[in-house]
Design a protein around this ligand. Structure first.
Ligand code: 3Y8
Ligand code: NAP
Length: 249
């Protein structure tokens, strides 16, 4: 057995520990998005594969017998590529994904389908908006430059921001409620924009917003092709020990 673990999340880090503890031959894959990704207890590789074909070639060249996709619910491209490449190479695939967050009665959420829909909901008059969506799609907010944006990103931006009035907070997470409540208060945040990432690592801002009575625009996850999906490391380990050489769908 030789496992390719598509990583970059808290769940992937826990999966890597389980694979290392079980002595399973595995490799952890990072996209190379951040300057100093967290170290892992199994060998790691960093960088894109070169699309579906590149990933399928990697599976064959590295004699991968199973793929575990523990990437992020919003990492839609690699998720779709993994389905296609595994089907093409005849390698079983399983997805380890945390459940989506669900609003409680105390939450002031407005759910939208994507980032552009979130931007369209921003008011015309200037507000202080906390963008907890990372760095990749900040360009979408350039059509509403009148707001004071508070941005939390992992690494300093290489290029000038597309937003004229923005405060940058460099932080990697996981985050805690006290810290996020202080952030929201200190910056006078009126509104939060978040992706429905699920998991505990990014949830603190929602708990803090609930306590402060702040509204949240919640971006729903992108649709993904059918694939075998589980929510725990134990379920993946069970699958690895029982998976016939079938495909992951
Ligand atoms: C490179 C690996 C671990 C994993 C930690 C989790 C928790 C902290 C919360 C907010 C939300 C956001 C962002 C976030 C969180 C965990 C987890 C998670 C959200 C690292 C990591 C990589 C990335 C990539 C990065 C994205 C960005 C997204 C910041 C490592 C730290 C907003 C997603 O600068 C960039 O280009 C950053 C890009 C993809 C989303 C975006 O579109 O900008 N994650 N995050 C992975 C790789 O190279 O393959 O550096 O160690 C991992 C983690 N980020 O160690 O336990 O598991 O969710 N990451 C979101 O959830 O909305 C921050 O600020 O409240
Ligand atoms: P994405 O948009 O789905 O992927 C874009 C391209 O990046 C992919 O086509 C692939 O390039 C490469 N890639 C992505 N993840 C990879 C991995 N684990 N190993 C090797 N190549 C990878 O992905 P993303 O949203 O940019 O996320 C990138 C990484 O950050 C992932 O590891 C993800 O788990 C992590 N992350 C993302 C978010 C988020 O909000 N999106 C949040 C937390 C962590 P090729 O086509 O060349 O193979």
């Amino acid at each position: 057995m030789r496992v390719l673990l598509l990583g970059g999340t808290t769940e992937a880090a826990l999966m890597a520990l389980a694979l290392a503890d079980a002595g399973i031959d595995a490799v952890y894959s990072y996209a190379g998005r951040t300057m100093a990704p967290a170290p892992q207890p199994i060998p790691t590789r960093t960088g894109g594969f070169g699309g579906v074909a590149g990933l399928a070639d990697y599976l064959r060249a590295e004699m991968i017998t199973h793929v575990v996709d523990a990437t992020h619910p919003f990492a839609a491209r690699i998720g779709g590529n993994a389905v296609a490449a595994c089907a093409g190479a005849g390698v079983p695939l399983i997805v380890l994904e945390r459940p989506a967050w669900v609003a409680t009665d105390a939450d002031l959420w407005t759910r939208v389908a994507d980032i552009d829909a979130a931007v369209s909901l921003l008011p015309e008059e200037p507000w202080t908006v906390f963008l907890a969506i990372g760095r990749q799609r900040l360009d979408a907010f350039a059509v509403k430059p009148q707001h004071h944006y508070v941005l939390r990103i992992v690494d300093p931006p290489e290029d000038p921001l597309p937003l004229p009035d923005a405060k940058i907070i460099l932080a990697r997470g996981p985050f805690d409620v006290a810290g996020d409540a202080a952030l929201l208060c200190d910056h006078g945040v009126d509104l939060i924009v978040a992706k429905n990432a699920g998991g505990a690592g990014a949830e603190a801002k929602l708990t803090a917003a609930r306590g402060l009575g702040l509204p949240v625009i919640m971006i729903d996850r992108p649709a993904m092709p059918p694939r075998r999906t589980v929510a725990t490391v134990i379920d993946v380990m069970d699958w690895l020990h029982h998976a016939p050489a079938d495909l992951g769908v």
